[in-house]
Design a protein around this ligand. Structure first.
Ligand SMILES: C[S@@+](CC[C@H](N)C(=O)[O-])C[C@H]1O[C@@H](n2cnc3c(N)ncnc32)[C@H](O)[C@@H]1O
Length: 219
């Protein structure tokens, strides 16, 4: 049986009109209003119902199936990474694009890009973030991360934050690239699986209960 997942609630397109601001006006403070708004666009998913597939036949999702991070944990992880308007974010294995969307919408990141192997998810991500894609703030690239050595996106030195929610094998295979990016000052946000097996990284902030680890080079 092919496991699959579906939204708990259908996205409410009417709510796209206004993005609520924190009461104190701070972009990076965690605000329930932001979470509520975000959740209407990117609902959390439950197993056993059929909509977006976890595994798509014939496509190699070598490093992890599509299991999206909950909207609450996306905001928490980006806050723990101290995301600012200076940042350019790359999500390797971007699923439905929720990290890219939140980085730009709620933290004002300059730009965000997601690499994803599933065409269905690239289309879904683009649709969900259409306005920001049209403005050039967000983009999605269909590519296989196992080819990271050939990827011009991954070779690019413009990223300041990299998001990784992949199996430990994914981290191991990309070790050379992740350590090299970390060494040049990129913050790495790891979800569910920590990257402690990669000896070249230093974990600066962690919440192991939430499954969030931030790796940042000490100044
Ligand atoms: C656990 S999900 C994380 C999705 C998203 N980053 C999030 O946190 O909500 C992992 C994603 O990586 C993608 N993926 C797995 N192996 C990949 C590969 N070799 N190349 C590109 N994407 C891959 C999967 O299709 C899936 O969408």
């Amino acid at each position: 049986m092919t496991p699959s997942i579906s939204p708990l609630d259908p996205p409410n397109s009417d709510s796209k009109a206004t993005i609520p601001k924190s009461d104190d006006g701070a972009l990076t403070s965690f605000d329930p209003k932001k979470l509520e708004y975000f959740h209407t666009q990117y609902p959390d998913y439950i197993a056993e119902e059929v909509d977006l597939p976890l595994w798509i036949d014939g496509v190699d999702t070598t490093y992890a199936p599509f299991i999206p991070t909950s909207t609450r944990r996306v905001l928490l992880a980006l806050e723990m990474a101290h995301l600012t308007s200076e940042d350019k974010v790359l999500d390797v294995g971007s699923g439905d694009g929720r990290f890219c969307y939140a980085a730009v919408t709620f933290f004002g990141a300059q730009k965000a890009m997601g690499i994803e192997c599933e065409q269905d998810l690239i289309e879904k991500s683009t649709e969900l973030a259409q306005d920001l894609v049209d403005q050039g703030r967000i983009s999605f690239e269909r590519a296989d991360l196992t080819n990271w050595r050939e990827s011009s996106t991954m070779k690019s030195k413009e990223w300041s934050v990299i998001v990784v929610f992949l199996s430990p094998e994914g981290g191991d295979d990309m070790e050379e690239w992740l350590v090299q990016e970390f060494e040049r000052g990129v913050r790495i946000v790891a979800l569910v699986f920590d990257l402690k097996q990669l000896k070249g990284l230093h974990c600066s902030v962690e919440d192991s209960q939430e499954g969030i680890w931030i790796y940042e080079k000490q100044k």
